[in-house]
Design a protein around this ligand. Sequence first.
Ligand code: MN
Length: 247
Amino acid sequence: MDNRIAIIGDIHGCIEELRELHAKIVAEGVDAIYHLGDLVDRGPDSPAVVQFCRKNRILGVMGNHESSLLSLLDKSRSPHFDTEAVSQAKSERMKILAKLKSDDLTYLKALPKLHLLESHQTVLVHGGLWPGRELWQQDRSILYLQVINPSRPHEIRWTSKFGEYSLEQSRAEGYAPWAELYDGPQRIIYGHTVFEEPQILGNTVGVDTGCVFGGKLTAVLLPDLRFISVKAGKAYALRKAGYEGES
Ligand SMILES: [Mn+2]
């Protein structure tokens, strides 16, 4: 098994920052590099990020944005009424799809929803894991998981729909960030929830430091649990309260 591993947080089309971080990771002499999903959407060049990951043999897991992108290829899905924000996101995604080669699509479709690094007793997942469930019992909601209520196992609440559900209100109703509830044996490394700095809580490590929003792109190195990051060139997207503030 690979010993020294780097895992990169949400990239969201930030190709320049990815190139820079990748060079730093390579200089560390790692055996394998993984990403945590959400390669695409929001940032300057999503197709270039997918192609870079494929060509550099970066492995990874699926993010909710890859899942949404690939769902546009499923012609069997019946049309539904879209809000303006949803149809705008869709037209941006059609442009991304038009630039992807068939090898890129094969790469994206093959991304698993979680990955177990057995030699490190570590699980990679985009959103998070349901506490108290075995890995094989985790469903596709783990691509989106943020704030949960263990007594309502099929309901996920976005932290970022401020005004609709504030974190404080969610807590009062029995919800909490999944990482606060997780007490499983494996270390979980995840993205999707944006933190200013990498977030270690118990056996969980959040590494989405909001590059596309003007933060930084972070990788965690195993086994030493050391972080390296590069600053975003600028804020490529605005974090809006009330609209899909998840990453
Ligand atoms: Mn996400």
